[in-house]
Design a protein around this ligand. Structure first.
Ligand code: SF4
Length: 380
């Protein structure tokens, strides 16, 4: 196992408000529960740090949610201190905190940086007040500016912004303006996701009642193409379908996912992949706390992947990255002939000019990138 590739994800499932499009594992804030949630996280952490004590050093830690910044500075500090106590952490490890402009107080950012968080990912979504309203976000533009500016002043020199496109009524000019305003903040990293509507969300219900009309596929593609061109023109490296970075500032934690290497997950609903076994924790925070207190883990589902299945997943994830995936590395890792399993699929995708293979490196073609979801599904 690669000793440098261990990542740790910690899920904080609380939010001050449920955004209309959200289908993440997020739950209303309960202050009395949150402290016991952290106690449970630490019990679970201790269980896995002992179980995998020889697995390697943590190269990345990522606190995501939900909204990690619903926790107080002392709670965030406590979590990171426990990580340091319980795991070997690589010098220079990437330690990311997801932050929501609605929940973070600007004066807290300095203490958070001093606690050891060295990368911040801010959920901006839009620089347009009307779009923020439509998205049902709990923050306005002023909070975005103050969060980003204070993060910089507090010493965060690795800062990522999340933006959303294909919002109803969004024009190409409106989206470009969002990108321009984002770049004016000089982020090292940008994640741009198109708004997708899941049936069970509030937006899903509005859509089925005809009260929410999404942009058509052609317009969504036009917005995506413009994103790529605009960010490339401005010095960003497009390294994953939805992610762009200044050179050297790619998100190391997410790369461990896309390489399908070992990643531990803690917290309600967290998924993890260790040594070919994929597991997922129970979603409800109260149930998670109960389970961890009873048996030190809260795994609800676990399966050991057959080499062929693991190879397929690794391929699907690897193709999300623009550099693609080395066929030789894949074959060495899974001790399986790539051509025997995927020869026919590859031939068909090559014929349709959706993938390329150069020097044994398989990647999406430009045409394939715009049809990535359906191309990747071919490998299931
Ligand atoms: S802040 Fe994020 S996780 Fe929380 S409800 Fe909104 S979209 Fe969901």
């Amino acid at each position: 196992m690669d000793k440098q590739s261990l990542g740790l994800y910690i899920h904080i499932p609380y939010c001050i408000h449920k955004c209309g499009y959200c289908d993440f594992n997020s739950h209303p804030i309960k202050h009395d529960e949150m402290e016991t949630y952290i106690d449970a996280l630490i019990i679970e952490m201790s269980h896995y740090s002992q179980k995998y004590s020889s697995a390697g050093q943590l190269n990345t830690i990522f606190l995501g949610g939900g909204t990690p910044t619903t926790l107080s500075v002392s709670q965030l500090t406590r979590i990171l201190e426990e990580c340091k106590n319980q795991f070997n952490i690589t010098q220079g490890a990437e330690i990311t905190l997801e932050a929501n402009p609605a929940t973070i107080r600007s004066d807290e950012l300095k203490s958070i940086r001093q606690a050891g968080y060295n990368r911040i990912s801010i959920g901006v979504q839009s620089f347009d007040e009307a779009e923020l309203k439509l998205l049902d976000r709990a923050h306005g533009i002023e909070e975005i500016h103050s969060t980003v500016d204070r993060a910089r002043e507090s010493g965060f020199n690795n800062l990522s912004l999340d933006l959303m496109f294909a919002i109803p009524n969004q024009t190409l000019g409106g989206w470009e303006n969002n990108l321009r305003l984002a770049l004016a903040k000089n982020p090292e990293h940008l994640s741009t996701y198109n708004l997708t509507i899941e049936k069970e969300t509030a937006f899903g219900k509005l859509q089925s009642n005809g009260k929410l009309v999404m942009p058509d596929d052609d317009h969504q593609l036009e917005l995506y193409k413009r994103t790529i061109a605009f960010l490339k023109e401005n010095g960003f490296h497009h390294y994953e379908i939805s992610n762009f970075a200044r050179p050297g500032k790619e998100c190391r934690h997410n790369i461990t996912y896309w390489q399908n290497t070992n990643t531990l997950g803690l917290g309600a609903g967290a998924s993890f992949y260790m040594n070919g076994v994929r597991s997922k924790n129970t979603n409800l925070p109260a149930h998670y706390i109960h389970e961890v207190n009873k048996r030190q883990t809260a795994v609800k589902f676990s399966e050991s992947l057959e080499p062929r299945q693991a190879m397929g997943e690794t391929l699907m994830l690897g193709l999300r990255m623009l550099k693609g995936i080395s066929i030789k590395t894949l074959e060495d890792r899974f001790q399986t002939s790539f051509k025997t399993i995927y020869g026919d699929i590859i031939a068909s995708l090559q014929e349709k000019e959706l993938i390329t293979i150069e020097q044994n490196q398989l990647r999406l073609s430009e045409k394939g990138l715009f049809l990535a979801d359906s191309v990747i599904l071919e490998f299931i």
